[in-house]
Design a binder for this molecule. Structure first.
Ligand code: FAD
Length: 318
């Protein structure tokens, strides 16, 4: 059976959920071989094995921590050369997309980014993408080389599947450019205790209708009752009510949660571009003609300051 390389996103050995989703999708294409790099790489093996990785190739070196992405590209290319996979899958994080693009150039392959589904095809994997500000769903296939594909978080239900997950050390020799750009400092982002926006299973977003930074506490309360991340429309971000790192849309982040709740958001195409692939969409808007109602599964016409606290109370009561 063909092997499929899966690039592992982990923090000190704790595997992040998008990688487990990738392993589920990879099994549709062949046998997953995981590539884990950096501190704690070996500690990922048990989890990766429980989710179908037949082998885990690991490497740790100071270069991974001290320099930008090129050492990781060198390592992934070493894994690619040793495995000769049928496809290379990476999560659609900012860093992994850069690694994917650089690898695709090096191995002369085509690249598909931000896939929301993957299936095996007669001529190679077929990826589903949401394109042109989510106005179209496209099925794409790489026609040159071994496909390199990045997949958006929440694109698949994680399905555990036991496999060996045996650890093999990956031999990496870093290229001349690996140490070209050094990390000089890191500033940890302020933690809110909420899930990362792009990985969250539930996102509660507020827009111009929230009408002020202080009123975002209403959105946050609902988010916290659901264990959700908080998103914002560009109008709310441009008004300075919420940080740009929480903006959802064409010029913000792209999310694909199980549940997206939009409050006081009209549903402009640029906002849809970042959330239209959500599995279930709920909107709360006092204007029954708001375009957001064209794409929702459940719509509530009403004032968000009445509706959202009631929802929060109801969720908390359960
Ligand atoms: P509005 O369109 O003003 O809608 C506010 C809504 O709140 C209205 O429907 C109103 O009925 C409702 N409302 C008001 N008060 C209440 C209340 N008390 N209770 C319930 N409902 C209420 N936008 C993004 O979001 N993300 C992007 O990434 C993005 N990128 C862009 C890129 C470009 C190049 C351009 C040109 C635009 C971009 N935009 C983006 C902006 C986009 O076009 C819209 O202007 C923006 O999404 C509007 O935000 P909004 O829905 O919060 O505000």
């Amino acid at each position: 059976m063909a092997e499929v390389l899966v690039y592992v996103d982990h923090v000190d050995g704790a595997v992040r959920k998008p990688t487990l989703e990738l392993l589920t999708l990879a099994r549709r294409l062949g046998e997953p071989v995981a590539v884990a790099l950096g501190a704690g790489a070996e500690a990922t093996a048990a989890t990766l094995g429980e989710h179908g990785a037949v082998r885990v190739l690991t490497a740790d070196a100071p270069e991974f921590a001290d320099y930008l992405v090129v050492p990781k590209v060198d390592a992934l290319q070493a894994a690619y050369d040793s495995v000769s996979p049928a496809a290379v899958l990476l999560p659609s994080s900012g860093e992994a997309k850069e690694i994917a693009a650089r690898l695709a150039v090096r191995i002369g392959s085509g690249l598909i980014t931000d896939a929301v589904d993957l299936e095996a095809g007669d001529e190679g994997p077929v990826a589903t993408q949401s394109v042109f500000a989510a106005a179209y769903t496209a099925k794409s296939r790489v026609s040159k080389g071994v496909p390199v594909i990045t997949v958006k978080p929440n694109s698949a239900q994680v399905e555990p599947s036991a496999a060996a997950g045996t650890v093999e050390a990956l031999q990496v020799s870093f290229g001349a450019t690996a140490t070209g750009t050094k990390v000089v400092s890191r500033t940890p982002r302020e933690t809110t205790g909420r899930p990362e926006l792009t990985e969250a299973a539930i996102v509660v977003s507020g827009g111009r209708g929230v009408n002020g930074a202080e009123n975002f506490s209403v959105i946050e309360a609902l988010a916290d009752s659901l264990g959700a991340a908080v998103g914002a429309s560009r109008a709310a971000v441009d008004a300075g009510w919420y940080p740009h790192s929480n903006q959802v849309g064409q010029t913000g982040k792209s999310v694909s949660p199980q549940l997206y709740i939009a409050s006081g958001i009209s549903g402009a195409i640029q906002h849809r571009a970042g959330m239209q692939t959500s599995k279930t969409i709920v909107a709360i808007n006092k204007d029954s003609e708001a375009p957001i109602f064209d794409l929702v599964d459940y719509g509530i016409v009403g004032d968000l300051f009445d509706v959202v606290p009631q929802l929060t109370d109801e969720v908390k009561a359960r």
